[in-house]
Design a protein around this ligand. Structure first.
Ligand SMILES: NC(=O)c1ccc[n+]([C@@H]2O[C@H](COP(=O)([O-])OP(=O)(O)OC[C@H]3O[C@@H](n4cnc5c(N)ncnc54)[C@H](O)[C@@H]3O)[C@@H](O)[C@H]2O)c1
Length: 315
């Protein structure tokens, strides 16, 4: 039987890829977004499918969301809509609370009210903070260092509390550094690879803050979309928190070496003082989720980056 899933933040970077994964696996999808940071063009492929329904709405509008839950019997919800910029969460703590915590609570209560069994929540590696042992393990004591990370962790705790209290299957996925097409390079807080790709393609110099030896666990959005899809649809994934990462730490200097191969005439890289608050190393342990998913293979970083550069940011 075809099932219908709700995806919030559907017009965003991860949302649009996740919608496409679900449609490709013969599910029906209702995508909600208020286009705060997302773009309708990201849903061009999805909107050509008869199995996709688009709705421009704010997830904090409980009445509108209730109507949606009433209309569709959702088999599950993928909740991605969020205030996604860490610096913005410092400037706007009340909005951060609303978008990153209250909205998750609203969606979870609607799931309970309308007997939607499963809620997959977009959490973040940011919950670990700067001092957790590497690779980050889900069992580590989280030490959020921003309002953004604090709200993501609070939402995890609340949703897992609903799992224990009411049996709602809440699956909290802690994404590490996601890269791929449709990541908006326009904001200075965007993923570093979308900014690098944009600048190399325009022949502009890139600036690295620090010595470039800082590492990140970069994961392709294709693998994240698949993890989201499987977390929504595979019964063996049980309520808990899971890292979504590769387990491999790659330094910015290693990343730059690949770009320099692809753009041999690019201007030389500029190194600037490290930014306050930047984490030196980030690397997760992917085993917990890998042990239960069907598809374990992942996009190798070098391949994913080349595809991004060749295919372009907007595809
Ligand atoms: N990209 C990453 O590396 C990364 C890492 C960790 C966690 N995450 C989380 O993954 C999720 C998706 O992030 P993304 O990178 O795709 O960012 P994105 O900005 O592309 O997607 C977020 C989407 O949510 C929408 N949105 C925001 N507030 C909304 C609201 N009130 N109502 C309806 N829609 C709303 C935005 O318009 C946007 O389309 C977020 O929850 C983010 O915190 C992303």
């Amino acid at each position: 039987m075809t099932q219908t899933f709700l995806v919030t933040g559907a017009a965003g970077f991860i949302g649009s890829h996740s919608v496409e994964w679900l449609l490709a696996h013969n599910h029906r999808v209702v995508g909600v977004d208020n286009l705060r940071t997302g773009h309708l063009e990201n849903l061009e492929v999805a909107r050509s499918s008869p199995d996709f329904e688009w709705m421009l709405a704010d997830v904090c509008d409980e009445a509108a969301m209730r109507e949606l839950f009433k209309k569709h019997r959702f088999a599950g919800v993928l909740h991605l809509a969020a205030l996604v910029s860490v610096p913005e969460s410092f400037r706007e703590p009340a909005l951060n609370y609303q978008l990153n915590l209250a909205a998750a609570d609203c969606i979870a209560r609607l799931c309970l009210e309308f007997e939607c069994k499963r809620l997959v929540f977009a959490s973040s590696a940011a919950v670990y903070g700067a001092h957790a042992a590497l690779p980050n393990q889900e069992s580590a004591i989280p030490q959020p260092q921003s309002p953004y990370a604090a709200a993501k962790l609070a939402a995890e705790v609340m949703l897992l509390g609903y799992a224990a209290s009411y049996g709602l299957e809440t699956i909290c996925l802690r994404y590490f550094n996601v890269y791929g097409s449709r990541q908006d390079p326009g904001s200075p807080y965007s993923g570093v690879l979308s900014i690098f790709t944009d600048r190399f393609q325009c022949g502009l110099p890139v600036t690295v803050y620090g010595d470039g030896e800082q590492t990140r666990d970069f994961i392709s959005v294709r693998d994240v979309a698949r993890a989201n899809g499987e977390a929504l649809t595979q019964m063996q994934v049980v309520a808990d928190r899971y890292n979504v990462c590769t387990g491999r730490g790659i330094s910015l200097n290693q990343v730059l070496a690949i770009y320099q191969e692809l753009f041999p005439n690019a201007p030389s890289v500029e190194y600037a003082a490290p930014r306050i608050g930047d984490i030196r190393h980030s690397q997760g342990n992917p085993e917990k989720l890998h042990n239960i998913l069907i598809l374990k293979s992942q996009t190798p970083f070098e391949q994913g980056l080349r595809e991004l550069v060749v295919g372009g940011l907007g595809r």
